[in-house]
Write a protein that binds this ligand. Sequence first.
Ligand code: IPE
Ligand code: IPE
Ligand code: MG
Length: 230
Amino acid sequence: MDVQHLAIIMDGNGRWAKKRHLPRLAGHRAGADALDRVMHYCKDAGIRYLTVYAFSTENWKRSKLEVSGLMRLLSSFIKSKAKALVRDGVRFRVIGRRTDLSEKLQREIAALEERTKKGDFTLVVALSYGGRDEIVRAAAKFSEALRLSGDDADHEQVFASCLDTADIPDPDLLIRTSGELRISNFMLWQSAYTEFYFTDVLWPDFGREDFDKALEAFSMRERRMGGRLK
Ligand code: IPE
Ligand code: IPE
Ligand code: MG
């Protein structure tokens, strides 16, 4: 089975910077470069969807300096990459509680989503994203969606259509960098049968070899989805 959708918890930017006696924001900048690289590895590997966890609903707890630096970085990522994304056929999408973001950033996101909507490779950026928050927002839409879809609709399918990821398949593989062994509120619903891969490598250092190793590990997994071994 191939990886159609890869999800990544891009963790370890702060520790990467600390090791180099740099400010945390320098780590986040190096993290943005890593994302650029990994997106190309994904395209080479025939992956169709890449979802990256960029900012969680809990990350608002960080210092004002770090939060505003991250928001500026996102805004400049959008501006500096827009042309290349259109050229490379990348469809840009944001999931999460986007009303938490500044109106300016919301407008920049919406404009880039519109400009890139024809792309055949989808980059999903999780921003002010929490799996629980997404589920709660979906629950608020659920009964109306159910009413519209009729009595014999599959309730799980209808619920999934209320999530931010409505038109995106569940991730096949989830990579978390930096040695932390937890999900930290990422894609709780969508990762029901996702294969997990953890590596000690810090996100800004994540390179081609690390990517290949993760895909190799995935290829050895036996995905049974609750069924029987053949
Ligand atoms: C991940 O790196 C990026 C964000 C959460 C925005 P961290 O900033 O969490 O880096 P560490 O975990 O402190 O090393
Ligand atoms: C998860 O990393 C969020 C992102 C990578 C954006 P954190 O660094 O915020 O997670 P914890 O605090 O280690 O669980
Ligand atoms: Mg972290």
